[in-house]
Design a protein around this ligand. Structure first.
Ligand code: CTP
Length: 402
Protein backbone atom coordinates (compact mmCIF):
# COMPACT_ATOMS: atom_id res chain seq x y z
CA UNK A 1 0.00 0.00 0.00
CA UNK A 2 2.90 2.36 0.57
CA UNK A 3 4.79 1.73 -2.66
CA UNK A 4 6.22 4.96 -4.10
CA UNK A 5 5.42 6.86 -0.89
CA UNK A 6 8.09 8.79 0.95
CA UNK A 7 7.51 8.83 4.69
CA UNK A 8 9.70 10.94 6.95
CA UNK A 9 9.84 9.77 10.57
CA UNK A 10 10.95 12.39 13.07
CA UNK A 11 12.39 10.85 16.24
CA UNK A 12 12.79 13.10 19.27
CA UNK A 13 14.10 12.28 22.74
CA UNK A 14 12.13 9.68 24.63
CA UNK A 15 12.32 6.03 25.60
CA UNK A 16 9.52 5.35 23.08
CA UNK A 17 12.18 5.84 20.37
CA UNK A 18 12.65 2.06 20.53
CA UNK A 19 9.07 1.65 19.28
CA UNK A 20 9.90 3.85 16.30
CA UNK A 21 12.44 1.25 15.20
CA UNK A 22 9.58 -1.26 14.85
CA UNK A 23 7.53 1.37 13.02
CA UNK A 24 10.30 2.12 10.54
CA UNK A 25 10.72 -1.60 9.92
CA UNK A 26 6.98 -2.05 9.27
CA UNK A 27 6.82 0.97 6.96
CA UNK A 28 9.79 -0.26 4.95
CA UNK A 29 8.23 -3.72 4.67
CA UNK A 30 5.00 -2.11 3.44
CA UNK A 31 6.98 -0.66 0.53
CA UNK A 32 7.53 2.92 1.73
CA UNK A 33 10.72 4.86 1.18
CA UNK A 34 11.49 5.89 4.76
CA UNK A 35 13.81 8.66 5.93
CA UNK A 36 14.50 9.14 9.62
CA UNK A 37 15.37 12.51 11.15
CA UNK A 38 16.68 12.39 14.74
CA UNK A 39 17.18 15.08 17.33
CA UNK A 40 20.32 15.03 19.53
CA UNK A 41 18.25 13.82 22.49
CA UNK A 42 16.87 10.93 20.42
CA UNK A 43 20.44 9.72 19.94
CA UNK A 44 20.64 9.23 23.73
CA UNK A 45 18.00 6.51 23.41
CA UNK A 46 18.74 4.77 20.11
CA UNK A 47 21.60 4.83 17.63
CA UNK A 48 21.15 6.28 14.11
CA UNK A 49 22.66 3.04 12.74
CA UNK A 50 19.55 1.16 13.87
CA UNK A 51 17.31 3.39 11.76
CA UNK A 52 19.77 3.36 8.88
CA UNK A 53 19.73 -0.46 8.80
CA UNK A 54 15.93 -0.63 9.06
CA UNK A 55 15.14 2.11 6.53
CA UNK A 56 18.10 1.36 4.24
CA UNK A 57 18.50 5.12 3.94
CA UNK A 58 20.85 7.63 5.46
CA UNK A 59 19.62 9.05 8.78
CA UNK A 60 19.47 12.84 9.16
CA UNK A 61 20.76 14.25 12.43
CA UNK A 62 22.54 17.48 11.50
CA UNK A 63 20.91 20.50 9.81
CA UNK A 64 24.21 21.49 8.24
CA UNK A 65 25.27 18.12 6.86
CA UNK A 66 24.98 18.76 3.11
CA UNK A 67 26.61 15.90 1.19
CA UNK A 68 24.91 16.88 -2.10
CA UNK A 69 25.83 20.44 -3.12
CA UNK A 70 22.93 20.61 -5.62
CA UNK A 71 20.38 20.36 -2.77
CA UNK A 72 19.65 21.79 0.65
CA UNK A 73 19.03 18.70 2.75
CA UNK A 74 16.22 19.88 5.06
CA UNK A 75 14.28 21.54 2.23
CA UNK A 76 14.77 18.58 -0.10
CA UNK A 77 13.49 16.17 2.55
CA UNK A 78 10.55 18.46 3.38
CA UNK A 79 9.60 18.57 -0.32
CA UNK A 80 9.99 14.84 -0.95
CA UNK A 81 7.79 13.76 1.96
CA UNK A 82 4.29 12.44 1.29
CA UNK A 83 3.80 12.41 5.05
CA UNK A 84 5.83 13.33 8.12
CA UNK A 85 5.25 11.48 11.37
CA UNK A 86 6.98 12.65 14.54
CA UNK A 87 7.16 9.59 16.80
CA UNK A 88 7.93 9.94 19.60
CA UNK A 89 7.13 13.64 19.85
CA UNK A 90 8.70 14.89 23.10
CA UNK A 91 7.26 17.78 25.11
CA UNK A 92 10.25 19.87 23.99
CA UNK A 93 9.81 19.18 20.25
CA UNK A 94 6.05 19.77 20.51
CA UNK A 95 6.76 23.10 22.25
CA UNK A 96 9.30 24.15 19.64
CA UNK A 97 7.05 23.37 16.67
CA UNK A 98 4.06 25.03 18.35
CA UNK A 99 6.14 28.20 18.60
CA UNK A 100 7.75 28.03 15.17
CA UNK A 101 11.28 27.38 16.40
CA UNK A 102 13.71 25.76 13.98
CA UNK A 103 16.90 24.93 15.83
CA UNK A 104 17.66 21.43 14.58
CA UNK A 105 17.18 19.29 11.47
CA UNK A 106 13.75 17.99 12.59
CA UNK A 107 12.15 21.29 13.56
CA UNK A 108 13.62 23.04 10.49
CA UNK A 109 12.26 20.38 8.18
CA UNK A 110 8.85 20.55 9.92
CA UNK A 111 8.67 24.27 9.29
CA UNK A 112 9.50 23.76 5.62
CA UNK A 113 7.25 20.86 4.70
CA UNK A 114 3.91 21.15 2.92
CA UNK A 115 3.14 17.45 3.53
CA UNK A 116 0.59 16.31 6.13
CA UNK A 117 2.24 16.12 9.56
CA UNK A 118 1.29 13.79 12.41
CA UNK A 119 2.59 13.92 15.98
CA UNK A 120 2.60 10.89 18.28
CA UNK A 121 3.48 12.35 21.70
CA UNK A 122 5.16 10.25 24.39
CA UNK A 123 6.14 11.58 27.79
CA UNK A 124 5.53 11.40 31.54
CA UNK A 125 1.86 11.80 32.45
CA UNK A 126 2.44 15.05 34.38
CA UNK A 127 4.43 16.54 31.52
CA UNK A 128 1.61 15.55 29.16
CA UNK A 129 -1.08 17.03 31.42
CA UNK A 130 0.85 20.25 32.00
CA UNK A 131 -1.12 23.26 30.70
CA UNK A 132 1.89 24.32 28.61
CA UNK A 133 2.02 20.96 26.79
CA UNK A 134 -1.74 20.89 26.35
CA UNK A 135 -1.70 24.43 24.95
CA UNK A 136 1.14 23.48 22.57
CA UNK A 137 -0.71 20.39 21.35
CA UNK A 138 -3.79 22.52 20.72
CA UNK A 139 -1.60 24.89 18.75
CA UNK A 140 -0.30 22.02 16.60
CA UNK A 141 -3.89 21.01 15.83
CA UNK A 142 -4.70 24.63 14.98
CA UNK A 143 -1.89 24.54 12.40
CA UNK A 144 -3.66 21.58 10.78
CA UNK A 145 -1.32 18.91 12.15
CA UNK A 146 -2.76 15.68 13.46
CA UNK A 147 -2.04 14.64 17.04
CA UNK A 148 -2.39 10.98 17.98
CA UNK A 149 -3.29 10.82 21.64
CA UNK A 150 -0.90 8.74 23.74
CA UNK A 151 -2.29 5.63 25.41
CA UNK A 152 -2.73 5.29 29.15
CA UNK A 153 -0.79 2.66 31.07
CA UNK A 154 2.43 1.93 32.88
CA UNK A 155 5.09 4.49 31.90
CA UNK A 156 8.86 3.93 31.83
CA UNK A 157 9.27 6.60 34.55
CA UNK A 158 7.21 4.47 36.95
CA UNK A 159 4.03 6.54 36.80
CA UNK A 160 0.78 5.07 35.56
CA UNK A 161 -1.25 7.34 33.30
CA UNK A 162 -1.49 8.84 29.85
CA UNK A 163 1.79 9.18 28.01
CA UNK A 164 2.61 5.94 26.20
CA UNK A 165 3.21 6.48 22.51
CA UNK A 166 0.63 4.90 20.19
CA UNK A 167 1.64 1.38 19.11
CA UNK A 168 3.64 0.93 15.88
CA UNK A 169 0.85 -1.22 14.30
CA UNK A 170 -1.69 1.56 14.86
CA UNK A 171 0.68 4.20 13.52
CA UNK A 172 1.36 2.05 10.44
CA UNK A 173 -2.37 1.75 9.81
CA UNK A 174 -2.80 5.49 10.17
CA UNK A 175 0.02 6.20 7.72
CA UNK A 176 -1.48 3.74 5.23
CA UNK A 177 -4.89 5.39 5.45
CA UNK A 178 -3.44 8.89 5.11
CA UNK A 179 -1.47 7.84 2.01
CA UNK A 180 -4.39 6.25 0.17
CA UNK A 181 -4.54 6.90 -3.53
CA UNK A 182 -7.86 7.62 -5.24
CA UNK A 183 -9.80 4.43 -6.13
CA UNK A 184 -13.27 3.81 -7.55
CA UNK A 185 -14.36 3.19 -3.95
CA UNK A 186 -13.11 6.52 -2.59
CA UNK A 187 -16.01 8.15 -0.76
CA UNK A 188 -18.39 5.29 -1.60
CA UNK A 189 -20.58 4.02 1.25
CA UNK A 190 -20.15 0.29 1.70
CA UNK A 191 -22.18 -1.84 4.09
CA UNK A 192 -20.80 -5.26 5.01
CA UNK A 193 -22.46 -7.92 7.13
CA UNK A 194 -20.31 -10.45 8.94
CA UNK A 195 -20.31 -13.39 11.31
CA UNK A 196 -23.08 -15.64 12.57
CA UNK A 197 -26.42 -14.74 14.08
CA UNK A 198 -27.67 -16.07 17.40
CA UNK A 199 -31.30 -17.08 17.72
CA UNK A 200 -32.38 -17.09 21.32
CA UNK A 201 -34.07 -20.19 22.77
CA UNK A 202 -34.15 -19.18 26.44
CA UNK A 203 -31.94 -17.00 28.72
CA UNK A 204 -28.99 -19.46 28.44
CA UNK A 205 -29.32 -21.09 25.00
CA UNK A 206 -29.29 -20.08 21.37
CA UNK A 207 -29.05 -21.51 17.85
CA UNK A 208 -26.11 -20.41 15.77
CA UNK A 209 -23.58 -21.61 13.16
CA UNK A 210 -19.82 -21.98 12.68
CA UNK A 211 -19.23 -18.65 10.91
CA UNK A 212 -16.08 -16.96 12.27
CA UNK A 213 -16.67 -13.55 10.68
CA UNK A 214 -13.15 -13.58 9.21
CA UNK A 215 -14.30 -13.01 5.63
CA UNK A 216 -16.60 -10.13 6.58
CA UNK A 217 -13.93 -8.42 8.67
CA UNK A 218 -11.38 -8.86 5.85
CA UNK A 219 -13.94 -7.33 3.44
CA UNK A 220 -14.47 -4.35 5.76
CA UNK A 221 -10.70 -3.81 6.00
CA UNK A 222 -10.30 -4.06 2.22
CA UNK A 223 -13.17 -1.61 1.56
CA UNK A 224 -11.70 0.84 4.07
CA UNK A 225 -8.24 0.48 2.50
CA UNK A 226 -9.78 1.41 -0.85
CA UNK A 227 -11.13 4.64 0.59
CA UNK A 228 -14.77 3.66 1.24
CA UNK A 229 -16.88 4.75 4.23
CA UNK A 230 -17.58 1.37 5.76
CA UNK A 231 -20.37 0.16 8.02
CA UNK A 232 -19.84 -3.31 9.45
CA UNK A 233 -23.01 -4.97 10.72
CA UNK A 234 -21.66 -7.87 12.70
CA UNK A 235 -22.86 -10.85 14.66
CA UNK A 236 -20.82 -11.98 17.68
CA UNK A 237 -17.33 -12.96 16.48
CA UNK A 238 -14.67 -12.06 19.06
CA UNK A 239 -12.65 -10.40 16.26
CA UNK A 240 -11.23 -6.88 16.55
CA UNK A 241 -12.99 -4.66 14.01
CA UNK A 242 -10.74 -2.63 11.70
CA UNK A 243 -10.23 0.96 12.84
CA UNK A 244 -12.04 3.73 11.01
CA UNK A 245 -15.08 1.54 10.36
CA UNK A 246 -18.56 2.11 11.83
CA UNK A 247 -19.49 -1.03 13.74
CA UNK A 248 -23.11 -2.06 14.31
CA UNK A 249 -23.30 -5.15 16.56
CA UNK A 250 -26.30 -7.45 16.12
CA UNK A 251 -27.40 -10.77 17.58
CA UNK A 252 -30.31 -12.23 15.64
CA UNK A 253 -31.43 -12.47 12.00
CA UNK A 254 -34.21 -10.04 12.93
CA UNK A 255 -31.70 -7.48 14.33
CA UNK A 256 -29.71 -7.82 11.11
CA UNK A 257 -32.82 -7.28 9.00
CA UNK A 258 -33.70 -4.09 10.93
CA UNK A 259 -30.18 -2.61 10.92
CA UNK A 260 -29.43 -3.36 7.28
CA UNK A 261 -32.77 -2.41 5.69
CA UNK A 262 -32.91 0.95 7.53
CA UNK A 263 -29.46 1.88 6.14
CA UNK A 264 -29.98 0.60 2.60
CA UNK A 265 -31.10 3.91 1.05
CA UNK A 266 -27.89 5.59 2.17
CA UNK A 267 -25.36 3.11 0.81
CA UNK A 268 -23.82 2.39 -2.59
CA UNK A 269 -22.62 -1.18 -2.12
CA UNK A 270 -23.78 -4.01 0.15
CA UNK A 271 -21.77 -7.18 0.68
CA UNK A 272 -23.71 -9.76 2.67
CA UNK A 273 -21.19 -12.22 4.00
CA UNK A 274 -23.02 -12.89 7.28
CA UNK A 275 -24.20 -16.44 7.84
CA UNK A 276 -27.78 -15.62 8.78
CA UNK A 277 -29.93 -18.22 10.51
CA UNK A 278 -32.73 -19.31 8.19
CA UNK A 279 -34.87 -20.43 11.12
CA UNK A 280 -35.32 -19.15 14.66
CA UNK A 281 -37.27 -20.58 17.66
CA UNK A 282 -40.95 -19.77 17.33
CA UNK A 283 -41.16 -18.93 21.04
CA UNK A 284 -38.36 -17.51 23.18
CA UNK A 285 -38.70 -18.83 26.74
CA UNK A 286 -38.40 -16.23 29.50
CA UNK A 287 -37.10 -18.80 31.98
CA UNK A 288 -34.38 -21.40 31.53
CA UNK A 289 -35.90 -24.63 30.25
CA UNK A 290 -35.51 -27.52 32.70
CA UNK A 291 -34.67 -31.01 31.44
CA UNK A 292 -37.91 -32.70 32.42
CA UNK A 293 -38.48 -34.81 29.30
CA UNK A 294 -36.34 -37.35 27.40
CA UNK A 295 -36.94 -35.57 24.13
CA UNK A 296 -37.44 -31.97 23.18
CA UNK A 297 -38.82 -30.70 19.90
CA UNK A 298 -38.19 -27.07 19.23
CA UNK A 299 -40.62 -25.45 16.78
CA UNK A 300 -38.78 -23.08 14.43
CA UNK A 301 -40.06 -20.36 12.15
CA UNK A 302 -38.43 -18.94 9.04
CA UNK A 303 -36.48 -15.72 9.56
CA UNK A 304 -36.93 -12.75 7.28
CA UNK A 305 -34.46 -12.85 4.37
CA UNK A 306 -32.59 -9.53 4.44
CA UNK A 307 -30.81 -10.01 1.13
CA UNK A 308 -34.02 -10.89 -0.70
CA UNK A 309 -35.63 -7.73 0.71
CA UNK A 310 -32.67 -5.62 -0.42
CA UNK A 311 -33.07 -7.13 -3.90
CA UNK A 312 -36.68 -5.88 -3.91
CA UNK A 313 -35.75 -2.42 -2.60
CA UNK A 314 -32.70 -2.03 -4.84
CA UNK A 315 -32.30 1.12 -6.90
CA UNK A 316 -28.73 1.92 -7.97
CA UNK A 317 -26.97 -0.06 -5.23
CA UNK A 318 -24.59 -2.90 -6.04
CA UNK A 319 -25.70 -5.97 -4.14
CA UNK A 320 -23.33 -8.84 -3.40
CA UNK A 321 -24.51 -12.06 -1.77
CA UNK A 322 -22.83 -15.23 -0.60
CA UNK A 323 -23.72 -18.85 -1.20
CA UNK A 324 -22.01 -21.38 1.05
CA UNK A 325 -23.17 -24.73 -0.31
CA UNK A 326 -22.37 -28.39 0.24
CA UNK A 327 -23.58 -29.60 -3.19
CA UNK A 328 -24.61 -28.28 -6.65
CA UNK A 329 -22.77 -25.06 -5.84
CA UNK A 330 -23.07 -23.44 -9.26
CA UNK A 331 -26.75 -24.24 -9.59
CA UNK A 332 -27.70 -22.88 -6.15
CA UNK A 333 -25.46 -19.84 -6.48
CA UNK A 334 -26.94 -18.83 -9.83
CA UNK A 335 -30.43 -19.50 -8.49
CA UNK A 336 -29.80 -17.14 -5.52
CA UNK A 337 -28.26 -14.53 -7.80
CA UNK A 338 -31.43 -14.36 -9.83
CA UNK A 339 -34.02 -15.00 -7.10
CA UNK A 340 -32.61 -12.30 -4.79
CA UNK A 341 -31.94 -9.82 -7.64
CA UNK A 342 -28.19 -9.62 -6.91
CA UNK A 343 -25.37 -8.13 -8.97
CA UNK A 344 -22.76 -10.62 -7.81
CA UNK A 345 -22.68 -13.78 -5.76
CA UNK A 346 -19.64 -15.34 -4.10
CA UNK A 347 -19.99 -19.10 -3.98
CA UNK A 348 -18.00 -21.76 -2.21
CA UNK A 349 -18.29 -25.45 -1.52
CA UNK A 350 -18.00 -25.85 2.25
CA UNK A 351 -17.10 -29.54 1.90
CA UNK A 352 -13.87 -28.79 -0.02
CA UNK A 353 -10.59 -28.90 1.91
CA UNK A 354 -9.49 -25.34 2.83
CA UNK A 355 -12.89 -23.79 2.12
CA UNK A 356 -15.81 -22.85 4.29
CA UNK A 357 -16.56 -21.88 7.86
CA UNK A 358 -13.99 -21.12 10.51
CA UNK A 359 -10.93 -21.61 8.26
CA UNK A 360 -8.34 -18.97 7.40
CA UNK A 361 -8.68 -19.77 3.69
CA UNK A 362 -11.41 -20.20 1.11
CA UNK A 363 -11.93 -21.22 -2.51
CA UNK A 364 -14.53 -19.03 -4.18
CA UNK A 365 -16.18 -18.56 -7.52
CA UNK A 366 -17.79 -15.22 -8.32
CA UNK A 367 -20.87 -15.18 -10.57
CA UNK A 368 -22.15 -11.88 -11.94
CA UNK A 369 -25.59 -10.85 -13.16
CA UNK A 370 -24.13 -10.20 -16.64
CA UNK A 371 -23.09 -13.91 -16.83
CA UNK A 372 -19.42 -13.19 -16.18
CA UNK A 373 -17.90 -15.73 -13.81
CA UNK A 374 -14.49 -16.30 -12.30
CA UNK A 375 -13.11 -19.16 -10.23
CA UNK A 376 -10.32 -18.32 -7.79
CA UNK A 377 -7.85 -20.85 -6.37
CA UNK A 378 -7.34 -21.48 -2.63
CA UNK A 379 -6.52 -18.14 -1.00
CA UNK A 380 -6.34 -16.54 2.44
CA UNK A 381 -9.55 -14.80 3.48
CA UNK A 382 -7.64 -11.51 3.23
CA UNK A 383 -6.88 -12.26 -0.44
CA UNK A 384 -10.43 -13.46 -1.02
CA UNK A 385 -11.62 -10.03 0.17
CA UNK A 386 -9.21 -8.39 -2.26
CA UNK A 387 -10.50 -10.56 -5.14
CA UNK A 388 -14.12 -9.76 -4.25
CA UNK A 389 -13.48 -6.00 -4.36
CA UNK A 390 -11.59 -6.42 -7.65
CA UNK A 391 -14.68 -8.22 -9.00
CA UNK A 392 -17.03 -5.52 -7.67
CA UNK A 393 -14.87 -2.87 -9.34
CA UNK A 394 -14.77 -4.77 -12.64
CA UNK A 395 -18.56 -5.27 -12.51
CA UNK A 396 -19.15 -1.56 -11.78
CA UNK A 397 -16.97 -0.64 -14.75
CA UNK A 398 -18.72 -3.13 -17.05
CA UNK A 399 -22.17 -1.94 -16.08
CA UNK A 400 -21.37 1.79 -15.88
CA UNK A 401 -22.38 2.26 -12.24
CA UNK A 402 -19.24 4.07 -11.10
N1 CTP B 1 -29.38 -14.14 3.85
C1 CTP B 1 -30.05 -13.08 4.42
N2 CTP B 1 -31.07 -13.29 5.29
C2 CTP B 1 -31.45 -14.55 5.61
C3 CTP B 1 -30.79 -15.65 5.05
C4 CTP B 1 -29.74 -15.41 4.18
O1 CTP B 1 -29.71 -11.94 4.12
N3 CTP B 1 -32.44 -14.72 6.49
C5 CTP B 1 -28.27 -13.88 2.91
C6 CTP B 1 -26.90 -14.33 3.39
O2 CTP B 1 -26.25 -13.29 4.09
C7 CTP B 1 -26.18 -14.69 2.11
C8 CTP B 1 -27.30 -15.12 1.19
O3 CTP B 1 -28.52 -14.61 1.74
O4 CTP B 1 -25.54 -13.56 1.52
C9 CTP B 1 -27.42 -16.58 0.99
O5 CTP B 1 -27.68 -17.22 2.22
P1 CTP B 1 -28.16 -18.74 2.24
O6 CTP B 1 -28.52 -19.09 3.65
O7 CTP B 1 -27.15 -19.57 1.54
O8 CTP B 1 -29.42 -18.60 1.29
P2 CTP B 1 -30.90 -18.99 1.43
O9 CTP B 1 -31.66 -18.12 0.52
O10 CTP B 1 -31.30 -18.98 2.85
O11 CTP B 1 -30.94 -20.41 0.78
P3 CTP B 1 -30.83 -21.89 1.36
O12 CTP B 1 -30.73 -21.77 2.86
O13 CTP B 1 -32.08 -22.53 0.90
O14 CTP B 1 -29.61 -22.45 0.73
Amino acid sequence: MLKNKTIVIGVSGGIAAFKSAALVSKLTQAGANVYVVMTDSAKQFIAPTTFQALSRNEVYTDTFYEPDSTKIAHIDLADQADLVLVAPASANTVAKVANGLADNMLTTMLLATKAPVVFAPAMNVNMYDHPATQRNLQQLKAYGFQVIEPNAGYLACGWVGKGRMAEPEDLLELVQLMCLDQTVFTGKRVLITAGPTREKIDPVRYLSNYSSGKTGYALATEARNRGAHVTLVTGPTGLKPPSGVEVVPIQSAEDLYEEVTKRFNDVDIVVKSAAVADYAPEIVENQKRKKQTDQWSLPLKKTRDTLKRLGELKQSQVLVGFAAESQDVEFYAKDKLERKNLDLIVANNITTEGAGFDHDTNIVTVYAKDHYEKRYPLASKKDVALHIFDEIEAYMKRSDVL
